[in-house]
Design a protein around this ligand. Structure first.
Ligand code: NAI
Length: 336
């Protein structure tokens, strides 16, 4: 299959270019790499490209979509599974097809959530820093066994299910919250319970639901108050699923014993860039960095060779399918 659709790839990093160039040999699209964010000012850089490809840190709302329509953009190809950063309803209305990459590697994110959990409860980062300093004291490094602990999984879709399988392998009991129950999780012994019960009974809570109006600040002061003292909270879903200010209060009081996060409410202006030469102006993020029981990564849960391969292939395939048929299996339609 050869196609010649021009795709403006925004926020193109070296690793994106490597993977896109490699897999585009089969597709033959014309790729225009743009190393900046997509917004109304940078849209002009796409020239006459009918397809625009973005990542999770490019918010696309109504005014930008209107400008895209006016410039003849026909397709917005998301190289992500999450799509909370795009106003899908308006895109549908304006006739711009939006496609995502569903389920490119649930293992990548689930294994990252497991890595954050283990890194925190066994204090790996702190221990490593000490050993490098020649300090072999174990004071303050005591962890706990995962075996026999209760793990609460909020969102038992593709990623939540793989995470549940991993935690089941450690010998954990599983609790789940999801409007749609998953047969595989049930088979692992998961009990579906209301969020309040999950908060009350879990030693570890891991978030794997999408960011939707109803999941924004799902983990707020009330939910935190229900949690066990010293709970381990892991968020690899989307930053705004937790109320970060409430989380900081929970960390200060000791209610939250461990926090692992790969996503942050205000990550758009921080993540995926090197800010090491500038002053950190986000006071909330700066406060999070002061806790020795907080482990933060900059939205790298997806970032494995396997996931990048699937993301790139599916994104290029989505555009090829759209060019050939005017449709795409991975089209996103807003609920009515
Ligand atoms: P999925 O669609 O397979 O699963 C999401 C699950 O959440 C579904 O079972 C759904 O019923 C459930 N859900 C919806 N509303 C809920 C609610 N109010 N309470 C509890 N559960 C609810 O999606 P998948 O592939 O498992 O991804 C989950 C999320 O992970 C994505 O939406 C995205 O935000 C995040 N993600 C993060 C990445 C990272 O690099 N950190 C990479 C990829 C995805």
């Amino acid at each position: 299959m050869t196609n010649t659709m021009k795709i403006a790839v925004y926020n193109a990093r070296n690793y994106d270019k490597r993977y896109f160039d490699r897999f585009n040999r089969k597709f033959g699209h014309e790729l225009l790499y743009i190393d900046t964010h997509l917004d109304r000012d940078t849209l002009v850089l796409a020239g006459d490209a009918p397809a625009i490809c973005i990542f999770v840190n490019d918010p696309v709302q109504e005014p930008l979509l209107e400008s895209m329509r006016d410039r003849g953009v026909k397709m917005l190809a998301l190289r992500s599974a999450g799509f909370n950063h795009v106003d899908i309803a308006t895109a549908n209305k304006l006739g711009i097809l939006v496609a995502n990459v569903p389920g490119y590697s649930p293992y990548a994110v689930a294994e990252h959530a497991a890595a954050l959990t283990l890194g925190l409860v066994r204090r790996i980062v702190r221990a490593h820093a000490r050993v490098r300093e020649g300090n072999f004291s174990l004071e303050g490094l005591m962890g706990f066994d995962l075996h026999g602990k209760t793990v609460g999984v909020v969102g038992t879709g593709k990623i939540g299910t793989v995470f549940s399988r991993i935690m089941h392998g450690f010998g954990c009991e599983l609790l789940g919250v999801d409007p749609v129950e998953n047969a595989e999780c049930r088979h692992l012994g998961m009990r579906y319970v209301p969020l309040q019960t999950l908060c009350r009974q879990s030693d570890i809570i891991s978030l794997h639901c999408p960011l939707l109006p109803e999941t924004r600040h799902l983990i707020d002061s009330d939910a935190i108050a229900q949690m066990r003292d010293g709970v381990c909270l892991i968020n690899t879903s989307r930053g705004a699923v937790i109320d970060t200010a409430a989380i900081i209060r929970g960390l200060k009081s000791g209610k939250i014993g461990y926090l692992g996060m790969d996503v942050y409410e205000e990550e758009d202006s921080l993540f995926f860039e090197d800010h090491s030469d500038t002053v950190l102006s986000d006071d909330i993020f700066a406060r999070l960095l002061t806790f020795n029981n907080v482990l933060i990564t900059g939205h790298q849960g997806f970032f494995t060779r396997e996931a990048m391969t699937n993301i790139t292939r599916t994104t290029l395939g989505n555009v090829a399918e759209f060019e050939k048929t005017g449709q795409c299996e991975n089209t996103l339609i807003a609920p009515r």
